[in-house]
Each structure stands twice: as structure tokens, then as C-alpha cells.
Design a protein around this ligand. Sequence first.
Ligand code: AMP
Length: 288
Amino acid sequence: MSKATPKLITTVAQLREEVGKARRVGKTIGLVPTMGALHEGHLSLVRAARDECDRVVVSIYVNPSQFGPNEDLGKYPRTLDADMALLADCGVDWVFAPGNDEMYRPEHATWVEVDAVAEPLEGQLRTGHFRGVATIVLKLFGMVRPDVAYFGQKDYQQSLVIRRMTDDLDVPVAIRVCPIVRAPDGLAMSSRNRYLGPAARQRALGLWKSLLLAGELVEQGEQNSREIAARMREMIEAAGDVRIDYVALVDPDTLKPVETIVGRTLAALAVRIENTRLIDNRFLEPKS
Ligand code: AMP
């Protein structure tokens, strides 16, 4: 484990060589896939990797294939210098930041499609998103061959998709999902938060407030998920000009809707504020 500035690698060949050397002398490898514009949420994954693995790779790649035609690929923040500075002294060995040519050859023609858990929620609204995610993550697994890969609960559905893919395709990697890191006021940290001006950011607090409200209602014995979702929507809309993509109460394993909350349930939501799309989620735990 190194404490200095990580080594920046931009080619797959160099990545394989360096990581391979460590693997051959018995070092365990942790991988943290990211799209950069790093924040405390990402760093929490890095810390988990560092605690558990001998060597840590952070990948930084804004993957075009997971963005829809009307999404924010062009304006997604690319801040490699700041990211490298943030990762200094974090115990990261390598930052893998390839260009598009390195990741997708012109003749690329293979895509990973996960059914079931990839279909509802984000899958319904972002056609092709999880196909892009699953493909790039499987490619990264092939390049790095990590023992453990780290993902955030912030993108809960993504973590289920990755777990499904690794199980179904027998990929020898352990998947860890780390808790959501929030700003002190509760807003889930996200690279997209930097799109928010002060007024929009204030409105964005409705997401967390609605998740808190859902938790309180369940604690008070409310079991009707329609009622809870309606109260959550009210709370989000009370902030003013926002567009709700979905507020859903779902089974945490299948993501199928739950009507009556009798066991652990995931409250998940996606909301658009101005041109920024934010997602968040929380587990609801009814008293037995
Ligand atoms: P991204 O760069 O947005 O693709 O995120 C890279 C990884 O960091 C994903 O596994 C995310 O779920 C995770 N992540 C992003 N934001 C947070 C957060 N606030 N707390 C924990 N993990 C996060």
C-alpha cells in the first residue's frame, strides 16, 4: 500500500503489466470504478479498498455508452488534476484514466445485457444505461482482474446489476457496496451536485427530507406504500420547481414494487431540478 501520489496510467497494456506484477507476488487487488469529479463518497470506497486489499486501483473514465443521447455526457465534469490531488496520500497505487480510443476499439461489438433488476426504475428511464455500465465494468474487471470491487449504495440499482452480472457470468470478483456519504445537510454527495446553484441545491434537500419522512412513517407503523410515496412526493414538490421521475418503494433484492411494507424495503427516487437529475435511496425497516 502506497501513501504517496498514485501513479497515473492511461493504457491497458501498462495497467496489466503493473497490476500483474503485484498479483504474481501474491498481492490482493482492489478496484474502485469511478467517472471522476471525485468527492467524499468516492473516497469512502477508496478507504474501504485500502483497508481490505494490498493494492488499490481507482479507474476514472466517463463512459459514453452509459449516457443517453439527451444526457449530460458532454458537460459531465472532467477534473483529472483535482482528482489526482484528492487521491494523494489516500493509499491508492494506480489511477487508471484511459481515453475513449483505449477503452473502445472501433470494431467494438459486444455488450452485456442484464435483465430483471436492470429493467425497472433507472432502466425504464435511461434506456441502454445499464448495458453501458455492465459492459464497461466487465471490461474493467478483465483489465484489472481485481479480487474485490467497490461500489456505492448511492447507485443501488447499479450495484444489483453488477452483482447479477458477476454471478451469472462467473466473474471471480467479490463485490462490496458501501454506504451513502452525505453532506452535513443530508444531500447525497454526487459529482452532479456541482451543477446545482444555491437555490437548486436548497430544493434538492427535499430528496433526503422525503427519505427521512418515509423512515418516520414506517417507524410509526404506516405500511401502505402508496400513502408513503404520496407523502414523499408532497415533500419533494414542496420545495418548488422540481420534476419527479419516480418515487418507488421496492423489494431490495428484486426491485419489484412493494404494496404493504412488512419487511426491509428500499425507498428509491429520481428527481430533476433544473437540468440536473439526482437519485437517492434509503432502506426502510419496519419494526418486526
Ligand atoms: P460515479 O463516479 O458517479 O460513477 O460513482 C462511482 C462510484 O462511487 C459508484 O459506485 C457510486 O455508487 C459511488 N458513489 C457515488 N456517490 C456516492 C456517495 N455519495 N456515497 C457513496 N458512494 C458513492
